[in-house]
Design a protein around this ligand. Sequence first.
Ligand code: HEC
Ligand code: HEC
Ligand code: HEC
Ligand code: HEC
Ligand code: HEC
Ligand code: HEC
Ligand code: HEC
Ligand code: HEC
Ligand code: HEC
Ligand code: HEC
Length: 321
Amino acid sequence: MELEKALPALLLVLSGLAFSTAVPAQAAAEAKPKASAPAQAPGQGTRYSEEGADTCLACHGDDAGVARIFKTKHANRGDKRTPFAGLQCEACHGPGAKHADGGDTSAINSLKDSSWVPVQDRNKVCLGCHQGNARMGWHGSAHDAIACASCHKIHAERDPVLAKATQPDTCYQCHKQQRADFQKPSAHPVRFGKLACSDCHSPHGSNAPAMLVKPTVNQTCFTCHAEKRGPFLWEHAPVAENCTLCHSAHGSPRPSLLTKTPPLLCQQCHTVAGHPAVARTGAALPANGGVGAGFVLAGSCTNCHSQVHGSNHPSGVKLMR
Ligand code: HEC
Ligand code: HEC
Ligand code: HEC
Ligand code: HEC
Ligand code: HEC
Ligand code: HEC
Ligand code: HEC
Ligand code: HEC
Ligand code: HEC
Ligand code: HEC
């Protein structure tokens, strides 16, 4: 056990040493070894292949699935930052000379979920070039235990997770409940490709709850529903506090994404006993004399209190106009 744990660390050290001698001269010039070279598969060794991608393509060249990488930004050799301007295939898969000797799969970091290499070390490969900007919040985020490659298809001409229409299917692989939510009668039109999970969530982590793109739920909603922001002359306190007090963010069996149907929705916070103005509005008094039932019969609280998000009408204090 102890030895198994120590071995990758040992290889790390070795690879650091071997790097300067075994790497092709051109590649070494362009891709400086990172301070923390990625860990490797147990039998991987430390030697890079002699001819870079050409070595690999001798066997993998006929595999259309592999070759599609040449249609991606990673293969842009004119951009010095890309893998193909440096160690090429081995910039991601690690030293591959030993594997290239005979195709031993235990001698290559496949970067797949079935890989020998722990997730954190697989991700280091990518983070070595992509630590900045959006990935600042990665470590400590809810996703930092999953692999970059669980979402990103690197050998695809178009990475499905980057397109609105195909992104949700990637997320649903792990988030089954959300798939069900977005099928409900009232739902944000994610199903129709009109908005994506990443319009509301930062998949690489953020400081907000639920990795939202903005610091709060409401600020996230306002990016598209600006008219609900106000300021209103007559505010409705829960609206300013948190939209999800009344709405499901994803989907609901009730109209308008509501968490409950009025009057129940409203009665979570407002008691109907003592509701005023029955006579003035002409609402029928219930036969049993109970006040609340009258308003239930009147249909819905929002029939009268239609400005439930707030009102700018001078006499809108009761949110009725
Ligand atoms: C002598 C032929 C040969 C050469 C050269 C070769 N491979 Fe492979 N490779 C194979 C075979 C065989 C397999 C296993 C079957 C398959 O997945 O296609 C394989 C599998 C792989 C896998 C998947 C491993 C897994 O666990 O599923 C990766 C990644 C890979 N090769 C990368 C490379 C890279 C990078 C190079 C160049 C450094 C390279 N190969 C050179 C024959 C070769
Ligand atoms: C930018 C990083 C990156 C580069 C560069 C790269 N790969 Fe990969 N490769 C991956 C990842 C990640 C996977 C895991 C599966 C996936 O996401 O498609 C993978 C998977 C593979 C597989 C396994 C495919 C399978 O479905 O079993 C092979 C074989 C492979 N790569 C070969 C190559 C060869 C050959 C090259 C160079 C021409 C190369 N890769 C360059 C990241 C890379
Ligand atoms: C050697 C550096 C390097 C490595 C290693 C690397 N990338 Fe990249 N990646 C780049 C560069 C450079 C770009 C192009 C950026 C641009 O155009 O602004 C890029 C682009 C991307 C993009 C955007 C693609 C698009 O079409 O817009 C994604 C997603 C990505 N990389 C994910 C990964 C993942 C996941 C890994 C690890 C399996 C990885 N990268 C490994 C350098 C690298
Ligand atoms: C939960 C799924 C998921 C995981 C895991 C994930 N990404 Fe992404 N990534 C996305 C989505 C969705 C986008 C496009 C939306 C966006 O830009 O926020 C994206 C965009 C990118 C881009 C291109 C745009 C940009 O921000 O530069 C890069 C590069 C990238 N990811 C790298 C990575 C790396 C590196 C990792 C692993 C440390 C990783 N991703 C893990 C879902 C994911
Ligand atoms: C490989 C599995 C996997 C994939 C794919 C995946 N996630 Fe996750 N996600 C997780 C895990 C694990 C957690 C943390 C545990 C949990 O809350 O279920 C998580 C948590 C989350 C959370 C809650 C964060 C929090 O702080 O409560 C959000 C939001 C999220 N994921 C969005 C997405 C989006 C958007 C995508 C697609 C771009 C996606 N996920 C793809 C595994 C995945
Ligand atoms: C319109 C904005 C929006 C969209 C689009 C969206 N989410 Fe969310 N999501 C939220 C909000 C807001 C929360 C926090 C809910 C709360 O606090 O009650 C959340 C919470 C989550 C959570 C944490 C668990 C939970 O349900 O509270 C996961 C996981 C998640 N979303 C995944 C996804 C996935 C996957 C997609 C795309 C298929 C997606 N979301 C699309 C706004 C959105
Ligand atoms: C990226 C843009 C975007 C964001 C962010 C967003 N929405 Fe929406 N919202 C939409 C779109 C598009 C529709 C559908 C409008 C239509 O069908 O005419 C919609 C519809 C709605 C509806 C009406 C649903 C129905 O069935 O009638 C409600 C309620 C709603 N959103 C609440 C929210 C809440 C709460 C948030 C924050 C958690 C939020 N939205 C964030 C774009 C967004
Ligand atoms: C006190 C409960 C409550 C809160 C909090 C609330 N809403 Fe609503 N919302 C409703 C009700 C009730 C409806 C249905 C209105 C109707 O049937 O006339 C609705 C409808 C909507 C609609 C669709 C119809 C329209 O008016 O455009 C959107 C969009 C919406 N809300 C967004 C939001 C946003 C964004 C927030 C947070 C800033 C929010 N709501 C907070 C109760 C609430
Ligand atoms: C999460 C709790 C909550 C929910 C749900 C809620 N409200 Fe309120 N509502 C409040 C609070 C808090 C106030 C401010 C009370 C105050 O200032 O005394 C308020 C104020 C009001 C007022 C104005 C009262 C006044 O004296 O000016 C009306 C009318 C109202 N709500 C109607 C509704 C209706 C209709 C619904 C359902 C669509 C609803 N509320 C749902 C918490 C809620
Ligand atoms: C038939 C129209 C009507 C219906 C239906 C109705 N209300 Fe009212 N509501 C009123 C009127 C009128 C007032 C008092 C206006 C005033 O005093 O100026 C009022 C006042 C209120 C107030 C403020 C109480 C106060 O002490 O000033 C709240 C809170 C309220 N309603 C909530 C609700 C809730 C919750 C429902 C649904 C269970 C509901 N209303 C249904 C007409 C209605």
